[in-house]
Design a protein around this ligand. Structure first.
Ligand SMILES: [Zn+2]
Length: 247
């Protein structure tokens, strides 16, 4: 989970639309939030990922669900309230169900910074505060049949990328050929791309990257070799901003 920012309100979400839709939901339970432009706007704010587990989502096949932070069954007045809506995958939305966030608060990544609430231990995202612990249980963040396995697979892929990148750097240091330098730089950039806020499971990947000693060695060497540049600095820093504590 990473911090998200609600940057805009969809133009089509007018006060009339909200009022009419809310009455419609309260009267006959219509899924008034189930419209593509609303889902698209939510996805744009979460970089096309589930706000809770960071799996990639689309309006199409791997479809997004509109999650009501204060559940719609008990807070029907907020069924179309923009600040109450989050983009979620089916798994997280289903796990949360009608959980009462007023009685037992959980992390809302549009409000809370997940860095203050969670730490990572062996691909499990654990609560370090009571709110974090409650979120872990309510969203079922460590569902072993899906969430943990997906974080494990992407994390192991990143560990391989780091090792490959180090091998390519060593080859370049051994023989200063332009093509070896380019192969190494491509591999380095690919590794950083996996850890950007718009990549899936980016908090996990960024945490792995920044706690990996080999990554630090590669970076230090690049500075000595004069290969470190503004683009890498930017990517390094943006990944550093979303890391979770690793225990
Ligand atoms: Zn999810």
């Amino acid at each position: 989970m990473i911090k998200l920012t609600r940057t805009f309100t969809p133009i089509k979400l007018t006060p009339d639309f909200v009022r009419d839709g809310t009455i419609q939901f309260q009267t006959n339970g219509t899924n008034v939030w189930n419209v593509d432009w609303l889902k698209e706007a939510l996805l744009e704010m979460s970089r096309y990922k589930c706000a809770y587990c960071e799996c990639k989502l689309q309006v199409g096949p791997i479809y997004v669900e509109v999650e009501h932070f204060e559940d719609k069954a008990n807070n029907s007045i907020k069924v179309l309230e923009w600040d109450n809506l989050l983009p979620s995958c089916k798994r997280c939305n289903g796990a949360k169900g009608t959980h009462d966030v007023i009685a037992t608060p959980i992390v809302n990544p549009f409000i809370d910074n997940p860095q203050n609430e969670f730490f990572i231990r062996r691909y499990r995202i654990k609560g370090k505060t009571q709110k974090g612990k409650d979120t872990e249980g309510v969203i079922n963040l460590n569902d072993q049949t899906k969430a943990v396995i997906e974080r494990f697979e992407i994390g192991e892929k990143l560990e391989d990328l780091i090792d490959t990148c180090k091998e390519k750097q060593d080859l370049f240091i051994e023989n200063n050929l332009t093509q070896r330098r380019n192969k190494f730089l491509n591999s380095f950039k690919r590794m950083l791309l996996e850890c950007q806020p718009d990549s899936d499971y980016s908090a996990t990947c960024a945490t792995i990257l920044h706690s990996n000693e080999v990554y630090q060695e590669i970076k230090d060497s690049m500075e000595v070799l004069g290969l470190w540049n503004d683009e890498f600095e930017l990517m390094h820093n943006s990944s550093l901003e979303i890391i979770l504590e690793r225990r």
